[in-house]
Each structure stands twice: as C-alpha cells, then as structure tokens.
Design a protein around this ligand. Structure first.
Ligand code: GRF
Length: 193
C-alpha cells in the first residue's frame, strides 16, 4: 500500500514531528512527510530542513486575515498532495476555510484526556483539578477547539509532587508513540475504504 502523505503543521520545538519522522524511518509507520509548515521560524523547520524535507515558514503577518492565511496554508498542502494534515504543537486556531478544505482529514494531539482540560496549559489544569491520572489524546479537528472525535488516548499517572513541567514531560513521552499509532490506524482505515 502506498505510504500516506502527511502535511505537518507546528509552531515550536517539533518533538512530535521528530517522533513521527523517526517512526517512518524505522518503518514502524507507512507514511511520508510531504511538507512541514510553520507559522513561526521554529526549531521544527530547522529539523525538517536537516532531514531534507520540504518546509516553509508562512508568516501570518503577510496576510490581511486569518482566513487569507489559512488559504495560503491550504494551497501549499494541496500542492504537496497530502492525504492527512497533522497538527503537532500548532498554536493557532484553524478557521473553517482550513477545516472544510480537508474534511475529517486533520488530526491534532492534545496533552490531556479529552474532553477534560481543553485549551491552554492542560497539564496545569489537571494539577489544579487534583486528578490522579491524565494523559494525551489524538483527535480529529473540528471547528470547536479540542472537541473533535477521539482517535486514541493514553493515560499516565499524576504523582503527588508533580509540577507542570514534570507532568508535561511524562505525557510527552506517550505522545511520541501515540501519534504514530493513530496515524497508522487511520492509514489502515483509509486503505480499506
Ligand atoms: C505537545 O504537548 C502537544 O500535545 C501540544 O503541543 C505540544 C507540542 O510539542 N499540542 P512539540 O512541538 O511536538 O514538541
């Protein structure tokens, strides 16, 4: 079966992108990274460049509105012929223009057990709520933030002396496996359609 073509969008350090890339290199995941886009001149783009992947910083300031910016992203993703859009630490809310261009073909990973702790600082929200376990969720992106159908989840314990940093680090380890597992699952589903 042909490898699934991924378009990856991020804003920062890109550890989930690197984990996906590693799983592809190790043949754990039958996919290829067709393009990496960022709304910031990020570490993620530097890593994509080092890996010889097509990548681009698309500066939101060059566009009159969020919609025009999203159109620019969509045109790049379409030109790269992506099968699946993968948000990996992408810190912008995508508009309906973006969502409608790839219906049920945009994934996100969020560091909580959704539907709990949507939005910013979910790990701190988990600590503030006093829960004994948290985790991460891979879900489809819809127009409501962090609310689309869940593909896979993984839980981790919250320890009594946890800080936002220590809990984030424990969750991130699981994110790095869960995202590729979810993409793999979707690749198989798409193949059998
Ligand atoms: C991850 O915790 C992810 O769940 C969240 O943003 C963070 C991105 O980290 N959406 P990285 O850029 O993949 O290292």
């Amino acid at each position: 079966m042909a490898p699934l073509r991924l378009g990856i969008l991020g804003s920062g350090r890109g550890s989930n992108f690197l984990a996906i890339s590693k799983h592809i290199q190790e043949a754990d995941l039958n996919a290829e990274i067709a393009i990496v886009l960022s709304d910031k001149p990020s570490v993620m783009l530097e890593k994509a460049h080092e890996l010889g992947l097509k990548n681009e910083f698309v500066d939101p300031k060059r566009f009159a509105s969020r919609e025009r910016f999203d159109e620019a992203l969509v045109s790049r993703l379409l030109a790269a012929k992506v099968d699946l859009v993968v948000l990996a630490g992408y810190m912008r809310i995508v508009s309906d223009i973006f969502i409608n261009a790839f219906p049920r073909h945009i994934l996100n990973i969020h560091p909580s057990l959704l539907p709990l702790f949507k939005g910013l600082h979910p790990q701190q929200q988990a600590l503030d709520a006093g829960v004994k376990e948290s985790g991460c969720s891979v879900h489809w992106v819809t127009s409501e933030l962090d609310s689309g159908p869940i593909v896979l989840q993984k839980s981790v314990p919250v320890l009594p002396d946890d800080t936002e940093q220590s809990l984030s680090a424990r969750i991130l380890v699981e994110e790095h496996t869960l995202y590729s597992q979810a993409i793999s699952l979707i690749a198989k589903e798409m193949e059998s359609r």
